[in-house]
Design a protein around this ligand. Structure first.
Ligand SMILES: Nc1ncnc2c1ncn2[C@@H]1O[C@H](COP(=O)(O)OP(=O)(O)OP(=O)(O)O)[C@@H](O)[C@H]1O
Length: 269
């Protein structure tokens, strides 16, 4: 069952942790994103939705510099990614955490070793401290300490998501990207994961960019929603903004039969 988590009111002076302007990305002749603008504000959970193939993963991967862009600017924490030197880029990279869709843990490493990978890449810490930090993250995501010495193959789907989240949090990022974090989880596991994300936002002041198809997540924990369509952000705002937006896809997504049953379920809980 969902905990009673109320979305945060948007403060009047919002700091954009991620700011994208005029982003254009394509493959050969095919344009996937065309002059897209988007802001993600500190301390919010932004739910990012769009039809399958609309370009949600392409946008996330471009922001993470895993795909090249053709045009546009990406500011992370106020710094223009392309204008900073390599040392600053490395520093900015440490401020971002990522949970890829299928967890993407290394199967040959234990959970603890997976969490310590980013620490080894970016920090120079003694093993004992890295162990302490790894167990702190394991606890933070609600796993028992003995999960630390387990291999991914020994974990349930929900535990893998939590372990992958612990790795995303390894460097205490400001902003975490979650790519369909509740996909493959049963409804109870998905609700627990949503509650965990909301708790981390509240306790760590984490900013969350969550690509999701999960209407429950959108209705229960997202502060704002952005919809990708026609190669750009069609609309961004609250659920009320989605309901009021005059577009056939947005209307059927947020007012369709499935959405209605989810919104009623959340309202009565
Ligand atoms: N490396 C690539 N080379 C060529 N085309 C690509 C590449 N990556 C993505 N695309 C294309 O870009 C478009 C957007 O893909 P993307 O994976 O971002 O969609 P999505 O919105 O995340 O979809 P889904 O919800 O199904 O995961 C698709 O048409 C896809 O085929």
């Amino acid at each position: 069952m969902q905990e009673n988590i109320s979305p945060r009111p948007s403060p009047s002076t919002r700091e954009a942790v991620l700011s994208v302007r005029g982003l254009t990305v394509g493959f050969g002749e095919k344009l996937v994103l065309d002059h897209l603008d988007l802001d993600v504000y500190r301390g919010e959970i932004l739910g990012f939705v769009g039809a399958s193939g609309a370009g949600k993963s392409v946008l996330m991967r471009t922001v993470l510099r895993l795909l090249p862009k053709r045009e546009g600017k990406i500011h992370i924490l106020g710094s223009d990614y392309d204008a900073v030197n390599e040392a600053k880029r490395m520093e900015l990279d440490t401020r971002l955490g990522v949970l890829f869709q299928h967890g993407a843990l290394f199967s040959s490493l234990t959970v603890k070793e997976n969490i310590q990978l980013p620490m080894r890449e970016y920090l120079d810490l003694p093993q004992k401290l890295m162990d302490e930090l790894a167990y702190l993250k394991i606890d933070m995501v609600g796993l028992d300490a003995d999960a630390g010495n387990k291999y991914p193959s020994e974990l349930s789907g929900g535990m893998i998501k939590r372990a992958a989240l612990a790795r995303a949090l390894a460097l205490d990022p400001d902003l975490v990207f979650l790519d369909e974090p509740t996909s493959g989880l049963d409804p109870i596991g998905a609700a627990e994961f949503d509650n965990l994300i909301a708790r981390l936002r509240d306790t760590l002041g984490l900013t969350v960019y969550m690509v999701t198809h999960d209407l429950d997540s959108l209705f229960s924990v997202c502060d704002r929603i952005a919809v990708l369509g026609k190669k750009r952000v069609l609309v961004e705002g609250t659920l009320e903004d989605m309901f009021a937006f005059d577009d056939p896809w947005v209307q059927s997504y947020f007012r369709g039969k499935r959405a209605r049953s989810v919104s009623v379920g959340n309202a009565v809980e």
